[in-house]
Design a protein around this ligand. Sequence first.
Ligand SMILES: Cc1cc2nc3c(=O)[nH]c(=O)nc-3n(C[C@H](O)[C@H](O)[C@H](O)COP(=O)(O)OP(=O)(O)OC[C@H]3O[C@@H](n4cnc5c(N)ncnc54)[C@H](O)[C@@H]3O)c2cc1C
Length: 536
Amino acid sequence: VGTRSWWGWGDEEAHLGAEERDGLAALLAERFPGHALSEVRPVDPVAVAPPPALEVPDGLDVATSVDAADRARHARGNAFVDVVRAVEGSLGRWPEAVLRPADADEVERVLDWAAGAGVAVVPYGGGSSVVGGVTPDPDGPPVVSLDLERLAGVLEVDEVSRHARVAAGTYGPAVNEGLAPHGLTFRHFPQSWEFSTLGGWVVTRAGGHFATGPTHVDDLVAAVSAVTPSGRWESRRLPGSGAGPSPDRLLLGSEGTLGIVTDAWVRVQERPRFRGTATVSFPDLPTGLRGLRALAQSGLEPANARLLDPTEAALNGAGDGTAAVLALGFESADHALGPWLDRALELCRDHAGSVTAGPRLTEGDRTGTAEGGAAAWRASFLRAPYLRDALVLLGMVVETFETAITWDRVDGFVADVVAATTAAATEALGSCAVSVRVTHAYPDGCAPYVTVIAPGRPGERVAQWEAVKAAASEAILAGGGTITHHHAVGRTHVPWYERQVPAPFRAALGAAKAVLDPAGVCNPGVLGLGAAGGAP
Ligand SMILES: Cc1cc2nc3c(=O)[nH]c(=O)nc-3n(C[C@H](O)[C@H](O)[C@H](O)COP(=O)(O)OP(=O)(O)OC[C@H]3O[C@@H](n4cnc5c(N)ncnc54)[C@H](O)[C@@H]3O)c2cc1C
């Protein structure tokens, strides 16, 4: 077990070493000549911690910490701006204490106390939010962070129905460790998997890295248990149901504003052992998108179908920057995948794709150890956030944002969003690199994911980021996309979320908040639902 970083991603032991940082600095100097890279180091949280402005009563009998680094880590999530603010020591509002309940009864006691004492409660899973979801309301009442890490573990497994009941504070690796003795896996791997939790995934409608099929956690949730300030909430696990609006669907995406999820029944699967992979190059992104659409509409359901534009392919060492690259992968617990892969490659060739690696077919055992290339790919995917933090320390601005759009509009949409982002980044930052990958593909559309990297001005990076973020978000909304495909709404996306959804729906959500959380205790401000009952 490593030492959790209070200011950046993951474990301190896994952060980039001096040699890797020097290599990165040399690459940046080559890509952005003329920009002096100023390396910053994180402040000492003890030196900047405001004294707690609230005493949690002993009688509450819930584990409580007021340690400075613990409070600092819980004052923010893991967006680029969070990391910048943390290293610069401008953390804004701090939680007065971090509470770690051991069970649903303790959660209930905290919510009761908070309602009576006028305290806001910010639920905290892994703290990997990139949208201000765990950031205290800057203007509201005093805040405590409710870290759910002690609600952990796989609690029950129904091998017959392939359901598992998992406690909300269980981190990704522990979910699958608990399922492994049953030969099962929870086939849901967001990039933040190592440092995010089952409860966090459920309430943010997280997206895993598989490109097709049940991409979001939504379709993998069979039932949810929660504690709301107005009472306990337990839905019935069913394979499907047409009984009115779904209680689970109200909690999916609720982002801690309606109550605290304590555990959920999720759909699990046998561990895959057959794999098939290949790499295909396309002349450019629009051509690649046509190939990807053909795949997404074929019913083949590849596990991986990640399309990188030429810039992104070059940045990832997957190409020389002259072609778009599609990483294609299939997996199954049940059958060999030769025919699926063959047909997929045929579709790619029909759309001007040329196979540059593979096809490669492997068969492992049911322990999941013989994953080959898939394991290597996943390891580098999980390592990427550490690279982001190293870029932050080198004074860069690094933003990633994601959206989704139907196929009929995709080409113009991507071009417009990239143009608006590039224009804003150039104006705010001088030079920049903007690249696109497509992470998920559906029969009716896809999810483009944009990365912006630029050298920032010391002390001005938050304002520079805000300018780029606003321009990109406006372009997304104007083009008919969603403000988020899987990163959630939090606080950051509220202005665009409010314009994206129908007004009567906003009113209904505000009314649900007023009923479930009448004192406005739960994560006020997130989703635009305010402290006083959340009237939109
Ligand atoms: C490097 C990186 C990569 C990422 N990759 C992905 C990705 O591939 N796919 C994706 O979907 N997202 C991704 N994210 C965003 C983030 O990881 C997800 O939103 C994730 O679901 C959050 O889980 P968490 O446990 O960290 O929740 P937190 O960040 O702790 O909380 C998220 C929100 O949920 C609330 N909350 C948390 N737990 C509970 C609970 N039990 N009950 C009620 N409310 C709760 C919080 O108050 C907050 O509003 C990424 C983030 C980073 C930093």
